[in-house]
Ligand binder design. Structure first.
Ligand SMILES: NC(=O)c1ccc[n+]([C@@H]2O[C@H](COP(=O)([O-])OP(=O)(O)OC[C@H]3O[C@@H](n4cnc5c(N)ncnc54)[C@H](O)[C@@H]3O)[C@@H](O)[C@H]2O)c1
Ligand SMILES: [Zn+2]
Length: 366
């Protein structure tokens, strides 16, 4: 088992990563018990696979929420709160989330506001959850007018990530998580590039045994960035790499065509081309990253999705970034924040993406 300390303001909490670490959940969670009340929340898919087992290990009651983004709403937060109260929870009670980013976002937010804040532990069960959603202290829910509009910074007291649970995750979800891994590697190649090259292809083919080092590297990278900037004022914006176009694609398709990571993969490709054209990256470097992204292909196509439909969501996304209008672009050894990209330029690159042959090499973008 590898322990990474996640620093958030003046607090530090451990992230345990290890194959089989879920079997040790009782020992790992015991120091956080407080009043000895533990409550496990999971979703209807993860519950029968892992959530109920975890609850048995912890001798805790378990609540199953419906599966999917649709449940990331007030209603679920209220349901968790009412369930805690019906089970005589006290302020020292500990909430344990077992699931993907949807479950950890809901449970973390419930923990932030029930009794004005109770401790929680995240047990992410998707690759995206392990490398991104459960790390960094952001929690929250959606409104029908937009995603993640309500939330709080409320980091878990511990994160427990067991790559073995990825054995049951479907391949599309695994690859979606891998897009965030490639993103982290572009942000911090000195930490992740080497590990990526030795493990990416096998994880993309569905082998969870190869995921451990990728998870460890990504947790280190995100943990480090968040510790410098827990409230997203500065360096944390680097994590938005790939996300400007991704949010456009997701918004324009009403979140129906792309998994988040698939949209991010398109976003990373666009930014590689923008960066190459500006001389931030050489053609050879851009090609190397595109070859890595090839492990996630074919991505859902951009067919029938004109730039005119995507652009308003890209604009809206930029405005949400507290007045900052720039894109994050890759450069050699890292990223540059707040780069102005004119609409013409973005449209041009988007058209190039649309012209890529569906099952063909992504490297022809350069
Ligand atoms: N808080 C943050 O910083 C942050 C960062 C990134 C993403 N997020 C949020 O995370 C959410 C997406 O998370 P996600 O991609 O994990 O989606 P998800 O939680 O919906 O999980 C995807 C699917 O996989 C199933 N699943 C989960 N683990 C499984 C396993 N081990 N085996 C089989 N099936 C399993 C789930 O039931 C679900 O159907 C979004 O709501 C996003 O906003 C939050
Ligand atoms: Zn993302």
């Amino acid at each position: 088992m590898i322990t990474i300390d996640l620093i958030f303001g003046s607090e530090s909490s451990p992230c345990y990563v290890g194959e089989g670490v879920l079997g040790e959940v009782r020992d790992l969670v015991r120091p956080f018990e407080g009043a000895k009340q533990i409550f496990v929340v999971t979703d209807a898919t993860v519950g029968p696979l892992y959530g109920i087992d975890v609850a048995e290990h912890l001798d805790a009651p378990v609540l199953e929420l419906p599966v999917g983004e649709e449940s990331k709403r007030w209603q679920s937060v209220e349901r968790v709160a009412r369930w805690l109260i019906a089970n005589q929870a006290e302020r020292q009670g500990l909430l344990v989330a077992v699931g993907g980013g949807v479950v950890t976002d809901i449970v973390g937010f419930a923990a932030a506001i029930v009794f004005r804040g109770i401790p929680w532990v995240a047990i992410p069960t998707t690759l995206l959850g392990m490398v991104d959603a459960a790390i960094g202290g952001k929690t929250g829910i959606d409104l029908e007018v937009g995603k993640n509009l309500i939330g709080a910074f409320w980091p878990p007291r511990a994160v427990i990530a067991d790559p073995l649970v990825l054995a049951t995750l479907d391949l599309r979800q695994m690859r979606s998580g891998l897009a965030e891994v490639v993103k982290s590697a572009m942000i911090a190649p000195s930490i992740l590039e080497h590990v990526l090259d030795s493990h990416l292809t096998s994880v993309a083919a569905g082998d969870p045994m190869q995921a451990l080092e990728l998870v460890v590297g990504c947790v280190r990278v995100k943990g480090e960035i968040v510790s410098l900037d827990e409230r997203e004022a500065g360096p944390r914006r680097a994590l938005n790499l790939g996300h400007t176009l991704a949010h456009g694609l997701e918004g324009a398709t009403d979140f129906s065509r792309f998994l988040h990571g698939e949209a991010v993969a398109w976003g990373l490709l666009a930014e590689l081309r923008l960066a190459r054209d500006r001389g931030l990256l050489s053609t050879a470097e851009a090609v190397t990253w595109a070859e890595r992204l090839q492990a996630l292909a074919p991505l859902p196509s951009l067919e029938g999705l004109p730039w005119a439909a995507v652009a308003p969501f890209v604009e809206r996304d930029k405005k949400r970034q507290a007045g900052r209008v720039g894109w994050v672009l890759p450069r050699m050894g890292g990223v540059v924040l707040d780069t102005a990209v004119e609409d013409d330029e973005a449209r041009f690159v988007y058209h190039l993406l649309q012209q890529l042959p569906h099952e063909g090499p992504l490297t022809t973008l350069f």
